[in-house]
Design a protein around this ligand. Structure first.
Ligand code: BDR
Ligand code: CA
Length: 309
């Protein structure tokens, strides 16, 4: 079984990614580290604990708090996307039982990976701050992890925060830069080019049934669906983070290509832009696998099967 550490800024879609990882039966979830992003570190941590409570796995899976702000930049929340609480208002007022463990996210990543050299997959679905800090502290981490899969960036399409930048990259581009150039042998970018093709709709949600999880998903995504409709004319929720988890669990969901990708950190207009060198103009060795296409139907078959299990 794959051994996974998830790093999240729990948000609506991070929560669905956690659910997929826990319920798929396809991995051992060693732990979850949290990071500032969509919401504050405190809220991201509380939301993560609430989701584990809902899944009734609070006892088994440690949650460890990581960075409370980007490496150099101020925080930049996404309340308009995920709601003030981060979960679209679902679980508001629900008392949280699960408590985070002692320690610091980047240290947890280092310790756990060192215990299992070559075995751990890191799945990152928030800004890359925790991983950048971990690599800075322990450069051997690069050789010790099995692979890193991150939701972030966009290589052919437009951004979702600025015309060119995707949110996770925009929030902490210096952290992303450190990760891109750290030398990970297996680093995979799951960007908006593919995640925007994986759209959860009301039929999928109905397919989850009238269970605690089905009801949670319906409630959590309801405002998102409406906002997406106002902008795009369809009621849907983009499965950004769940797809990154899906890529970790099921290799056949996406088509990838090894390419060189860098990130802009010094531009007024383009900070956070992931620049992919499709034609090798820069004459650099590829530094990651870039997801270029996805089988959305296959994703949903597995996602729904997992959440209903
Ligand atoms: C990413 O940004 C966040 O709002 C989502 O949780 C996802 O990780 C999409 O750009
Ligand atoms: Ca996220």
């Amino acid at each position: 079984n794959r051994k996974i550490i998830l790093d999240v800024d729990t948000g609506i879609d991070d929560a669905l990614g956690i659910m997929l990882a826990v319920k798929s039966g396809e991995c051992e979830l060693i732990g979850i580290t949290t990071v500032n992003g969509n919401v504050s570190l405190g809220k991201a941590t509380e939301n993560t604990c609430k989701i584990l409570d809902l899944l009734q796995v609070g006892e088994q899976i440690p949650v460890v708090k990581g960075a409370s702000q980007p490496l150099l930049r101020p925080v930049f929340f996404e309340h308009s996307v995920h709601g003030e609480d981060g979960l679209g208002g679902a679980l508001r007022g629900v008392a949280v039982t699960k408590q985070p463990s002692e320690g610091f996210g980047p240290d947890f990543i280092i310790e756990q990976v060192k215990k299992r050299p070559g075995e751990v997959t890191l799945v990152m679905t928030g800004p890359l701050t925790n991983l950048a800090l971990a690599v800075k502290k322990c450069p051997e981490l690069v050789e010790l992890v099995k692979e890193v899969i991150f939701m972030g960036g966009v290589v052919k399409e437009h951004g979702n925060v600025t015309p060119v930048a995707e949110y996770n990259m925009y929030v902490d581009p210096e952290a992303a830069k450190a990760v891109f150039h750290a030398g990970f042998p297996e680093l995979t970018l799951v960007g908006l080019d593919v995640t925007r093709k994986v759209l959860l709709n009301e039929e999928h949600i109905q397919g989850l049934g009238d269970t605690s999880i089905g009801r949670y998903v319906k409630q959590s995504t309801s405002d998102y669906l409406q906002r997406y409709f106002e902008r795009n004319g369809v009621r849907a929720c983009a499965m950004h983070d769940p797809l990154a988890v899906g890529v970790a669990l099921f290799k056949d969901l996406v088509t990838t290509k090894k390419l060189y990708v860098d990130i802009e950190t010094r531009s007024e207009l383009c900070d956070g832009q992931t620049v992919c060198d499709f034609q090798n103009r820069l004459k650099k060795e590829p530094n990651m696998n870039v997801c270029l296409d996805v089988d959305a139907d296959a994703f949903f078959v597995r996602f729904i099967r997992a959440l209903k299990a």
